[in-house]
Design a protein around this ligand. Structure first.
Ligand SMILES: *[C@@H]1O[C@H](CO)[C@@H](O)[C@H](O)[C@H]1NC(C)=O
Ligand SMILES: *[C@@H]1O[C@H](CO)[C@@H](O)[C@H](O)[C@H]1NC(C)=O
Ligand SMILES: *[C@@H]1O[C@H](CO)[C@@H](O)[C@H](O)[C@H]1NC(C)=O
Ligand SMILES: *[C@@H]1O[C@H](CO)[C@@H](O)[C@H](O)[C@H]1NC(C)=O
Ligand SMILES: *[C@@H]1O[C@H](CO)[C@@H](O)[C@H](O)[C@H]1NC(C)=O
Ligand SMILES: *[C@@H]1O[C@H](CO)[C@@H](O)[C@H](O)[C@H]1NC(C)=O
Ligand SMILES: [Cu+2]
Length: 634
């Protein structure tokens, strides 16, 4: 059923969907040298990306997702945001180091005060590394209300790119580099018809950790797809069958979700699931919105696509019918390329792939499936060869290698994250100066089923978002605690992240400011004081000190029976107050976060325009004093 819908979608493509023009990234070049200025207005509007009943969503300059920001490496960036929402907000530039500009990191309570409704804020930072990043709301879990858009920073030279490792013929390298210069971004995300605030209220009323989407959308487009009971049964993973025995009927819901009152997944709590609206978990009402079409030109030989997951809680994976993919970039950095058939994209992560356009000129399904056990769900887009008129085959599933539940239907090569070696090579220090251990778990009763801790002790309360930003404090006056750690500039820091089992979930962790090396992951209990101790005790290949992945997102290993652990290592190079947290929004909202006061010995002096309170540019921007060119905009 889901796939006959896809066929219908593909066969009407030639009629309507080609009109989706690429959004233009308009910006003005400042008179000052190499400053690029962007300006957006946020509004709260009725909208539904999937047809059906609209909800309130955040529009960025009237669009969802927001307009892409394009710039060159080395440029200074200004981003002026006008908050016309009914709520406060902040904007984070995900993956941007904010070297020397920690006050522009966009985290309320750490780097700034929330931007009040009706006011404006000017972020200023340097585009000091090439790659694909994204901006998104960082107040509460507002990202789930639609505030996100791409940041594309082009490199200084094509010599920086790893394409000689794919093909030693310069002709092909040039084609690949040209494709990379024109890369297209695909935001793949879960979607719910409830606002983030409504969803958190449902969590609290029902006492559950929420994880049940209406749809998977691509670049803000998609459909709510409802399966028959037979299809749902066929797609139910054997891994969840034993968990379902605890409920009656012992089955996933009509939306394909694990019921919200499973002790195995939620823990030992008393649930009030009768308070949930019926369509939050159970009732599936199909609706159709537009389908995202990515048009590619086979005359160019290759196309480059970057997949970004800004979603609330669904860990996702994608395949493209008829095409293998060279993964050449991860979280903005180039990597040693790998030729694969499927890539997992966890929340906050970015994967750049090259595809060779050597297939019959036709339209091919882009399949995006949930990678977690919590729900059977997929979303679809279309890769369309320019001037093609229909699908490659009458049978829409003829070229599928992954089904609606995300299970492989053939043998193939998934991307191996452990082999995401940075290009050019850039190894970490062989030892760390300091080790911090964290323990991800639910707080447990009497706390709610939606409340988590990263430190293993306390939850990071959302109320901390409204406190005086830690960056504005003298770090000597801030007490170190399980929620606030201090590091010294220049030192190498190991973070050991333990996830408590027996059902250890995958948590896509994100470090603000600098990237970190993923040294290793394991199943079982971490019982050592340092990585050096663990390395001496464990098999030789447990840790990678030679060419470990260097990235800003790192996902803990899931396990159905045991605890798991993960170690990341970073050098403190940018003093400031930086959040370390799970990018699953329900987990972050539930407290899975902590503050790193990096480089307390070299604490930055906050410029007066940022230190002087809430919204540096409220009046200035509106009077046009900061930006004469924009004088008449508001
Ligand atoms: C947002 O819209 C304003 C007004 O039309 C325009 O000046 C500005 O360039 C737009 N911003 C972006 C990032 O496209
Ligand atoms: C669940 O919690 C209740 C109440 O706190 C406690 O009495 C019970 O022993 C717990 N059950 C398990 C299996 O831990
Ligand atoms: C895909 O499915 C087959 C059969 O179910 C299995 O043997 C194979 O290992 C699976 N995984 C991959 C990555 O091919
Ligand atoms: C912090 O340490 C890094 C790495 O040693 C160094 O490059 C940087 O200049 C230091 N920053 C300050 C403010 O001292
Ligand atoms: C890990 O520790 C827990 C609690 O101490 C224990 O119950 C469990 O058996 C340990 N797991 C392994 C794999 O050693
Ligand atoms: C979990 O730990 C136990 C030991 O407590 C071990 O026997 C088992 O293989 C582990 N399971 C997995 C999936 O690693
Ligand atoms: Cu998490």
């Amino acid at each position: 059923m889901a796939f006959s819908r896809l066929l219908a979608i593909i066969s009407c493509l030639s009629l309507a969907v080609f009109s989706t023009a690429a959004p233009s990234s308009s910006h003005s070049l400042d008179r000052r040298a190499d400053v690029v200025h962007f300006e957006v207005t946020l509004t709260w509007e009725d909208y539904s990306p999937v047809g059906g009943t609209p909800r309130k969503m955040i529009m960025t300059n009237g669009t969802f997702p927001g307009p892409p920001l394009k710039m060159k490496v080395g440029q200074s960036v200004e981003f002026l945001v006008h908050n016309e929402l009914p709520d406060a907000t902040t904007i984070h530039f995900h993956g941007i180091v904010q070297q020397g500009t920690p006050w522009s990191d966009g985290v309320p309570g750490l780097t700034q005060h929330p931007i009040a409704p009706g006011s404006s804020f000017l972020y200023k930072w340097t585009a000091d590394a090439s790659g694909v990043y994204f901006y998104h709301a960082h107040y509460r879990s507002q990202i789930m209300d639609g505030l996100y858009g791409a940041i594309i920073i082009s490199p200084a030279s094509k010599d920086d790119k790893p394409f000689s490792l794919i093909n030693d013929d310069p002709y092909y390298q040039d084609l690949m580099s040209a494709a990379d210069d024109e890369l297209q971004t695909l935001f793949i995300s879960d979607y719910n018809k409830y606002t983030s605030a409504e969803l958190h209220q449902q969590e609290q009323d029902a006492n559950i950790d929420f994880a049940c989407a209406d749809a998977i959308i691509i670049n803000g487009k998609g459909s709510q797809i409802c399966l028959s009971r037979d299809e749902l049964t066929a797609y139910t993973s054997p891994k969840v069958a034993p968990l379902l025995a605890a409920v009656s009927p012992s089955q996933i819901t009509d939306k394909g979700c694990l019921p919200p009152n499973l002790p195995a997944t939620q823990g030992n709590f008393t649930f009030n699931i009768e308070t949930l609206p019926s369509d939050a978990y159970f009732e599936c009402t199909p609706s159709s919105g537009p389908t995202e079409v990515i048009t590619v030109d086979p005359a160019k030989g290759f196309a480059a696509l970057t997949f970004i997951n800004p979603g609330g809680y669904e860990l996702l994976k994608f395949t493209i019918d008829g095409h293998r993919m060279w993964v050449y970039g991860v979280d903005g950095g180039y990597v040693t390329p790998q030729l694969v058939d499927q890539v997992v994209v966890n929340n906050g992560d970015r994967y750049s792939v090259l595809i060779e356009l050597n297939q019959a000129p036709a339209q091919y399904a882009i399949r995006v499936a949930n990678n977690g056990l919590n729900q059977v769900i997929s979303g679809f887009g279309v890769l369309s060869y320019k001037d093609s008129t229909g699908p490659a085959s009458e049978d829409p599933n003829a070229l599928a290698i992954m089904n609606f539940a995300g299970a492989n239907t053939t043998t193939f090569v998934p991307y191996n994250d452990n082999k995401a070696a940075p290009y050019p090579p850039s190894p970490p220090a062989p030892t760390a100066d300091v080790t911090y251990q964290m323990n991800i778990k639910k707080l447990g009763q009497p706390a709610g089923a939606y409340q988590w801790t990263l430190s293993g002790v306390q939850s990071f309360s959302t109320e901390l978002e409204d406190q005086t930003p830690l960056l504005f404090e003298d770090p000597a006056s801030v007490t170190e605690s399980d929620l606030i750690l201090k590091t010294t500039n220049g030192t190498w820091v190991d973070l050991v992240i333990k996830t408590q089992g027996p059902l250890a979930q995958p948590h896509p962790m994100h470090k603000h400011s600098n990237k970190a090396y993923v040294l290793g992951k394991g199943v079982g209990n971490w019982t050592w004081n340092t990585v050096a101790e663990a390395a001496a005790a464990l098999p030789a290949n447990t840790f990678n000190f030679q060419n470990p992945p260097l990235r800003d997102g790192y996902t803990t290993t899931p396990n159905e029976q045991n605890s798991t652990w993960m170690v990341i290592r970073y050098q403190v190079v940018n003093p400031g107050a930086f959040l370390f947290h799970c990018h699953v929004q329900t987990h972050m909202f539930g407290g899975m976060a902590m503050a790193m006061l990096d480089g307390v010995d070299q604490w930055p002096e906050v410029p007066s325009e940022y230190a002087s309170g809430n919204g540096i540019s409220t009046k200035l921007a509106k009077k046009g004093k900061l930006h004469p060119l924009h004088q008449n905009k508001h």
